[in-house]
Write a protein that binds this ligand. Structure first.
Ligand code: PLZ
Length: 446
């Protein structure tokens, strides 16, 4: 495998002619409901670069939606997964088990917060992990209600669609949704009516009041929250919010589930984002960054909760596939060896510095309403000049201008007005700065 040169290179229009040809085939063969941010077909990817079939090299500020934190062809992931592929591709852990699965669960017990006894179960996708966390919490508490939050995202399966806040594009026309899912407020500092400084205390009080009065705490099996909300707009709940909710869960025998599918595995500069306020969740769901791009997810948590589901009650044909487990062990090894938490912290420092400078020096810099996020999970919320009115068209136009210049960026947010940056944690600092230069120039095209 030859390493991909870590440099941006634009040699055709983006998308180029070969991508355009492939896109025509794709439109004829692939269901219209499956979208793509940018119809540029990938030839190879690694480090901070995605190389397309026309020979363009894009700076990757997306990591395939926060997945390839170690890069898309990390040496240890490729080595371990290739070796496993040659040994055996599958037996089904429920038929004859293998060591890799056990080793991933051991690593999860070591890396996740808290020094209590922990166990894990492995699955394929993030949504599947969330579904199983709910199953386990219901089995343990013998209760049914599930509490989720405004702006939350948990997946596209029936239960997780119901748990996801945003209608378009995730839910529209796909109901009816699973019952016993209740949504309460979250401390969205930037948009909290009485100001960010009050958001933690007020939002947690409101959420607890709604749970107590509208559902009844005794009926709640699980409270599920992303410690940094991802698809909803990279919202860090204002300080004090998560501890208050976690304490309320503890006081009422409710299983507190941290959905760290997007924020986990060094993404925010800590192994898990909930560590920031010292939260020890009862259960934690992981996926995305866990296996360097191979499909794997997990539910990890207190042994007595994890063991509440009866023998044979959890599983699935492919859950904890041996190749994916080998990839995860390679990804975790890379995170430790390269200190990817440290790298993520440095990315935050560079990005927030540059973005703050853009906000103050660019003629239209005041459309950057908020700069937020942690580690390599950073975003800007775009608004109409002089207001807090969401400006989704500005986010879309900026993304488009970046794409044309060979920088992959993504949008998100309930109002579609957030431009988010999720570079692989292994990206070089020069490339990081070049990507930021392109973002800065993109403001000139608005
Ligand atoms: N929980 C916190 O971020 C996936 C979704 C992209 P799956 N986020 C990316 C899209 O448009 O489908 C996600 C997440 C959090 C759960 C999930 C679901 O993970 O692996 O996509 O099922």
């Amino acid at each position: 495998m030859t390493a991909i040169p870590q440099e941006r290179r634009v040699v055709t229009a983006i998308p180029g002619p070969k991508s355009v040809e492939l896109q025509a085939r794709r439109l004829a063969a692939v269901a219209a409901g499956v979208g793509s941010t940018l119809p540029v077909f990938t030839a190879r990817a690694g480090g901070g670069i995605i190389e397309d079939v026309d020979g363009n090299r894009l700076i990757d500020f997306g990591s395939g939606i926060a997945v390839t934190s170690v890069g898309a062809s990390a040496e240890a992931v490729v080595r371990r997964a290739s070796a496993q592929l040659a040994d055996f591709t599958h037996t089904c852990f429920m038929v004859t088990p293998y060591e890799g699965y056990v080793e991933v669960c051991e690593q999860l017990a070591e890396l996740t917060p808290g020094d209590h006894a922990k166990k894990s179960a492995l699955f394929n996708s993030g949504a599947e992990a969330v579904e199983n966390a709910v199953k386990i919490a219901r089995a343990y508490t013998k209760r049914t209600a599930v509490v989720v939050f405004d702006h939350g995202y948990h997946g596209r399966t029936n239960l997780t669609m119901g748990m996801t806040a945003k209608n378009m594009p995730y839910k529209q026309g796909f109901g009816p949704f699973a019952p016993e899912v209740y949504r309460v407020p979250v401390a969205y500092g930037y948009r909290w009516p009485t100001g960010a400084e009050n958001a933690g205390a007020e939002a947690s009080a409101q959420a607890i009041d709604e749970i107590s009065k509208q559902i009844g705490a005794d009926n709640v099996a699980a409270i599920v929250i992303e410690p940094v909300l991802g698809e909803g707009g990279f919202i860090e709940p204002a300080k004090g919010f998560l501890p208050a909710i976690a304490q309320f869960a503890k006081d009422n025998g409710i299983v507190f589930v941290a959905d760290e599918i997007q924020s986990g595995f060094c993404r925010t500069g800590q192994w898990f984002a909930c560590e920031d306020e010292g939260i020890v969740p009862d259960l934690i769901t992981t996926a995305k960054g866990i296996a360097g791009g191979l499909p794997l997810s997990a539910v990890t948590g207190r042994a007595e909760i994890m063991d509440a589901a009866h023998a044979g009650g959890l599983g699935g044909t492919y859950g904890g596939n041996p190749v994916a487990c080998a990839g995860a062990l390679g990804a975790i090894e890379t995170m430790r060896e390269l200190d990817l938490n440290g790298k993520a912290q440095r990315i935050e420092e560079v990005m927030k510095g540059r973005l703050a400078e853009m906000r103050s020096k660019l003629p239209n810099g005041d459309i950057i309403g908020d700069i937020r996020g942690r580690g390599a999970m950073i975003a800007i919320e775009l608004v109409k000049s002089g207001t807090k009115d969401p400006a989704p068209e500005a986010a879309g136009a900026l993304a488009k201008a970046c794409h044309a210049e060979g920088v992959m960026v993504l949008t998100c947010g309930t109002y579609g007005n957030v431009l988010r940056f999720l570079p692989p944690l292994v990206i070089g600092e020069e490339l990081l700065n070049e990507g930021l230069d392109v973002i800065e120039q993109a403001f000139g095209t608005l």
